[in-house]
Design a protein around this ligand. Structure first.
Ligand code: CAA
Ligand code: FAD
Length: 379
């Protein structure tokens, strides 16, 4: 694998690994237990090393990091803790629509504070009755002079309680379905914007997930991203970019579980021998190693296509579905290799198994990824 990567990409991977090993992994069980994102403990440190929002380009205070490096970094952060990687990744997810459709003024205004002052972003698409079926969302935005008035309710929004800017998708013309959606940046503190229920989750418990409520929220027309009616495609283009990062996170979670299972299998003695000497355990470990390697290769292929300016919607969906299914299987098998100890919170593998599950659900369920794949291959 290293043969395919540049010195710069490897250096970024090592930087992220170092950060994950020292600033994330040791505290992950505690943050999981507390079910809250440790912003004050982490933001400044991540800002200092340039990992708080890796999507922000140099022109707006960040670094021009390619898609391959983005995946390598996300693998390492999730190896540290998928809840933390999800929260930090939420900043990037909330920034991609700005990068795709924002004006220079919008980018400067909303992106620079993230890399310079640890501001946060959220991507607010999902609603109680519109999850997979994005085109049916019910939040509305109607124009009044130089403003839009937003009304509706979003749910399951990562960084909901923490974000300084929310990228909100709303219908400017509900009769047009997918062609009637538009995108707005809503700043924290805007009258009528509030957060509701905080989700109590199975996994990624260090991440903050809440409802976002919009009651007669007025935003200047200058906060609209792209043209009216472009919102659906903007959401899809954003998810094309971000899904390989979810795949990379899945590789990181799977790798964490595999490394632990491998180590444990060599140490744990039953019937007078290390359990790694039993072929039943060896084949589990071999399957884990093989699946992780193939998941990473497919993920990096999607990223490389993006970096080369080639179409990558197909590979983006493929790597997201494949790698996250791998993470679910590998983490479940890791619990099995550790036996009763795997099921106990004394070891981290049960957390990784809980964390892996969300990767198959958010950023488009794996059933939806298969729909996207089928649409692409049947064209
Ligand atoms: N890029 C550009 N355009 C695209 C596109 C893409 N990737 N995908 C679709 N489009 C275009 C189509 O070409 C079509 O355009 P025309 O009408 O001009 O031909 C239009 O968009 C409508 O496309 P579809 O008919 O395919 O749309 P659909 O209603 O059937 O829905 C879907 C497609 C794939 C199911 C989509 O709704 C989807 O991706 N759903 C999943 C939602 C999702 O991923 N949510 C994630 C929320 S964020 C999150 O989860 C973050 C987190 O956890 C941290
Ligand atoms: P549904 O769409 O109701 O799906 C239910 C089941 O039906 C799934 O198994 C699905 O695969 C299946 N299904 C639905 N339609 C089809 C179909 N056509 N064919 C086959 N199967 C189908 N959203 C945001 O906008 N921003 C965020 O930051 C964000 N963060 C999240 C964080 C967490 C922890 C969670 C749990 C969710 C988050 N989400 C976020 C929402 C997430 O993207 C949605 O939960 C996801 O897209 C699925 O939508 P849904 O939950 O409404 O499920």
């Amino acid at each position: 694998m290293n043969l395919l990567l540049t010195e710069e990409q490897l250096a970024l991977r090592d930087l992220a690994h170092d950060f994950a090993a020292h600033e994330i992994r040791p505290y992950a069980p505690d943050w999981d237990e507390k079910e809250s994102f440790p912003r004050s403990e982490l933001a400044q440190k991540a800002v200092e090393v340039g990992l708080w929002n890796i999507a922000v380009p140099e022109a707006h205070g960040g670094t021009d990091i390619d898609a391959v490096s983005t995946c390598l970094i996300n693998e390492e952060l999730a190896w540290g803790c998928a809840g933390i990687a999800t929260s930090i990744g939420g900043n990037s997810l909330g920034s991609y629509p700005l990068l795709i459709a924002g004006t220079d003024e919008q980018k400067e205004r909303f992106l620079r504070p993230q890399v310079e002052a640890g501001a946060m972003a959220a991507f607010a698409l999902t609603e109680p009755n519109a999850g997979s079926d994005v085109a049916s969302l019910a939040t509305t935005a109607h124009r009044e002079g130089d403003e839009y008035v937003l009304q509706g309710r979003k749910c399951f929004i990562t960084n909901g309680d923490l974000a300084d800017v929310y990228v909100v998708f709303a219908a400017t013309d509900r009769s047009q379905g997918a062609k009637g959606l538009s995108t707005f940046v809503v700043e924290r503190g805007t009258a009528g914007l509030s957060t509701g229920k905080k989700e109590k989750k199975m996994g990624i418990r260090a991440s903050n997930t809440t409802e976002v409520i919009l009651e007669e929220v007025r935003v200047p027309a200058a906060n609209r991203l792209g043209a009216e009616g472009d919102g659906f495609k903007l959401a899809m283009k954003t998810l094309d970019i971000s899904r390989p990062s979810v795949a990379a996170m899945a590789v990181g979670v799977a790798r964490a579980a595999y490394e632990t299972a491998l180590h444990y299998a060599k140490e744990r003695v039953q019937f007078g021998k290390p359990i790694a000497s039993f072929q039943a355990i060896q084949t589990i470990l071999a399957d884990m190693a093989m699946a992780i390697e193939t998941a990473r290769l497919l993920t990096l292929k999607a990223a490389m296509l993006k970096d080369q300016g080639l179409p990558y919607t197909l590979e983006s969906a493929m790597c997201k579905a494949y790698a996250t299914d791998v993470a679910m299987k590998v983490t479940t098998d890791a619990v099995q290799v550790l036996g009763g100890y795997g099921y106990s919170r004394e070891y981290p593998v049960e957390k990784w198994m809980r964390d892996a599950k969300i990767l198959q659900i958010y950023e488009g369920t794996n059933q939806i990824q298969r729909l996207v794949i089928a649409n692409q291959i049947l064209r």
